[in-house]
Ligand binder design. Structure first.
Ligand code: FAD
Ligand code: NAP
Length: 336
């Protein structure tokens, strides 16, 4: 175990922000955790996975615990399901591809989401009509203060829309070490969302499969989203807001084209990307930071942006959306 000092986090975040961490330690096995806990006693500990959902705005004074715990284990199976425990440092997309290669369904719509398996429960990652919570059976985590492991059931994780207990009561209190998934041997396909069906048609797919769905999702994502290896970004910077129906009806009178998706009997989801675009931000550039030209929900770093510039831009966007629509956006990205 090596506790490093003053380490640049530039290679460890997809925004490509160059900020140092005062202390940095890589964890490759759960057995290391008691010693890591002692070595970082008294420090603010933050776990870092793929760094694809963080914005670094100031030097990290505490300890960054870099998660590199690998391994996938099949726990059990029956005629319909398989239960897998996946260690937190596995790359999410590799896990999706592994499941598909074995014919296990449930995560194919979540192909190509960057980051680690351990971070998937944090914001209950979601895309194309599917959320991670639909396949997560439980989450195991090391509790820094209690110095022991806990296993949280799906219910205990209190998953919500891009949300979970790990963003609230357990924020920076635990290191998620593994996630147990229940995948389906008999798939039920979900292709109704967005452009999936159109893409499958374009690809000439006549027989549906989980591989075909993943291929379609990969093709759509590759055509729309900036590749962090080329342009720094952390995916959607803001959450899609959900607003009361009465508020939506008022907005609809002023903005008849406003897109919407019902959430429940009282609330409606409005795509944040549309709101931001209507405020004129799409393709906007300020120095080395800006708003992606194809997707207004994604803020980008064209090269040497610093975290505070991205933060400032996100604040200006927030304000203009509030001024125009009366909706207060919430940042999805974790700001350090
Ligand atoms: P990190 O960025 O390293 O960490 C994120 C937060 O989780 C931090 O607060 C960190 O402290 C905490 N954390 C990470 N790992 C652990 C752990 N093991 N234990 C405790 N805390 C931990 N998200 C979606 O939901 N849907 C998408 O479709 C999507 N598309 C994206 C596309 C692009 C191009 C990019 C760049 C991002 C996208 N994201 C998407 C966001 C991101 O990929 C996910 O949030 C992902 O789960 C983050 O994983 P990570 O390992 O990079 O987490
Ligand atoms: P899109 O298909 O252009 O749709 C725009 C927004 O409308 C999405 O954010 C989505 O909300 C909502 N939407 C579209 N069709 C819907 C439906 N049938 N039912 C309910 N909501 C619907 O979005 P996109 O930007 O290309 O992204 C595609 C998917 O990838 C989305 O699910 C998005 O969340 C996900 N994604 C997430 C991130 C991230 O960092 N979080 C980054 C890129 C892509 P939802 O977001 O709630 O699905």
């Amino acid at each position: 175990m090596q506790l490093l000092q003053n380490v640049s986090l530039k290679p460890y975040n997809t925004f490509g922000i160059d900020i140092p961490a005062a202390h940095f330690i890589e964890v490759s096995s759960v057995d290391m955790l008691p010693a890591v806990t002692d070595a970082t006693a008294g420090m603010h500990r933050r776990v870092l996975g793929g760094g694809s959902n963080v914005l670094l705005t100031q030097p990290v004074t505490g300890a960054v615990i870099y998660n590199n715990i690998k391994g996938i284990h099949k726990d059990k199976e029956d005629d319909n399901h398989v239960w897998l425990t996946v260690n937190a440092g596995e790359v999410w997309h590799s896990f999706v591809m592994y499941a598909i290669a074995n014919g296990w369904a449930g995560v194919e719509n979540l192909a190509l989401i960057p980051g680690t398996v351990g971070a998937a429960p944090i914001q209950n990652i979601g895309a194309y009509g599917i959320e991670a919570k639909e396949t997560i059976e439980s989450v195991t985590a090391w509790h820094w203060e209690d110095k022991r492991f806990y296993t949280y059931s799906n219910f205990e994780c209190t998953f919500g829309y891009r949300d979970s207990i790990f963003k609230h009561q357990l924020k920076d209190k635990v290191f998620i070490t593994s996630v147990t998934f229940k995948l389906n041997k008999k798939p039920s396909f979900n292709t109704t969302y967005g452009a999936i069906e159109q893409e499958l048609h374009k690809m000439g797919i006549t027989e549906l499969s989980i591989q075909a769905i993943a291929d379609a999702v990969i093709a759509i994502r590759t055509s729309k989203l900036p590749d962090p290896k080329q342009i720094g970004n952390a995916g959607s910077f803001f959450k899609n807001p959900t607003i009361p129906i009465a508020q939506f009806n008022n907005l609809k009178q002023q903005h008849p084209n406003i897109p919407s998706y019902p959430v429940d009997a009282q609330t409606i989801k409005v795509p944040a990307g549309w709101l931001i675009e209507q405020c004129g931000w799409k393709g906007y550039r300020r120095g080395d930071t800006g708003v992606h030209e194809k997707q207004a929900l994604v803020l980008v770093n064209y090269g040497h942006a610093i975290g505070s510039e991205v933060w400032q831009l996100s604040g200006d966007i927030l304000q203009s959306v509030e001024d125009k629509f009366g909706i207060v956006l919430e940042r999805e990205v974790q700001v350090w």
